[in-house]
Design a binder for this molecule. Sequence first.
Ligand code: ZN
Length: 328
Amino acid sequence: MSILHKIGISALQGSVLLFYFHSVGSSQREFYPGGISCDALRQLIEYLHDAGFSFRRLSEAYHSVPEKGRLVAVLCSDDGLASVYHEALPILREYKVPLTVFVVGKCLDNRAMAWNHKLIQICRHASEEQLLPYLQKVCNRYHLRAEAQLSQCLFSVPDSGKDAFCDELWEEFCPTDQSSYLAEHEPFLTLPMMRELSEAGAEFALHSHSHADFSRLDYRQMLHEIRHNRDILSDSGYKPAPFFAFPYGRECDRNLLPNLCREASIKACLGLRYRITDNRQQSPLWQRISLEHCTIPSVKELVLKPALRRVKDALVSPNVISSMFRLV
Ligand SMILES: [Zn+2]
C-alpha cells in the first residue's frame, strides 16, 4: 500500500465504513448479474485488513461508534441470495469475518421472488423487440410511462401494481412457472443455510417485504414494508438486527426518518452515498459503499468522493458546515 494511500486511509480514523454486494462468485450470474467474484471478496478482506480495519457485524459496529483511532468495516450483502452461503461463507470462515445480510421478507426460504428479480429473468427471456410492443399494450392498465426507454418504462410501474405487472410478463415470456423456477434453482437462502450462516457469525437485517422503492411510498406503506419484513424473519426464528437498507439505495424523505426509525423499532436506515463523517450513532441515516463497480475501493472512493459530497451538502445547507466541525 502506497504512502499516499496510507495517508488517505488515516483520514478515516474513527470511522465505520459499510461495504455491500449482492451475489458472490459465478453460480448466480444468471439470476443476479451484479455481484462480486470470490477472488474480489478475498482481495477486499485482505486489503481492508492491511489498511488497519477490523471487521464487525453492523449491530456491533453501531455500538462501537465513535472509537477514536479505530477503523471499523462492516460487510453487508443484500437480498439474501444463496451464493452468500455457497460461495461467500467458506471465505468468511477462512478469514473469520462476520457479515450482515439484508433479507427481502417475501423471498425468505424461496417462498417468492421480488419484482426486480422477476424482471431480470423476464429480460433474459424476452428481447426488447418483444417487450416493447407488449408494454404498449398493457401501459394503461399498469400506468406505465410508455414513451420512455425500456428500463424506464418497466420501472415506471407504480408500487401497488409491480407484482401483478411482473407476474403477467413472467407468464407471457418465461418458460417455467415461478414456483417451479424457485424449487429448481433455490436462488435465496433456505432456513438451514441461514442457520449455518448465523452459527458462523452472520446476522440478518431488514430490506423491506417486497423490495419496494421507498422514494415512492407513503409513510404508512413504508411502516408496513418494514414491519412485515420483521414479522417474517421473526416467525422463522431470527430476531432481525435493527437496521433497514433502502432497496436500490432509494431513500425516503429524510424528515420522515426519525419517526420511521422509532415506529418501526430500527436504529438506522441505510443509503448509498457515504460522506466523510457519516455513520454516527445518533444519526437515523447511515450510508454504505457499493463494491459492485469498484471491488477494491481507491482513496478516491473511500475519502475524496465522500469528502466532496460533504462539501456539496455544506454548500446547499449552511447548517451542515457547523455540524461538520462538531463531528470531525
Ligand atoms: Zn436489494
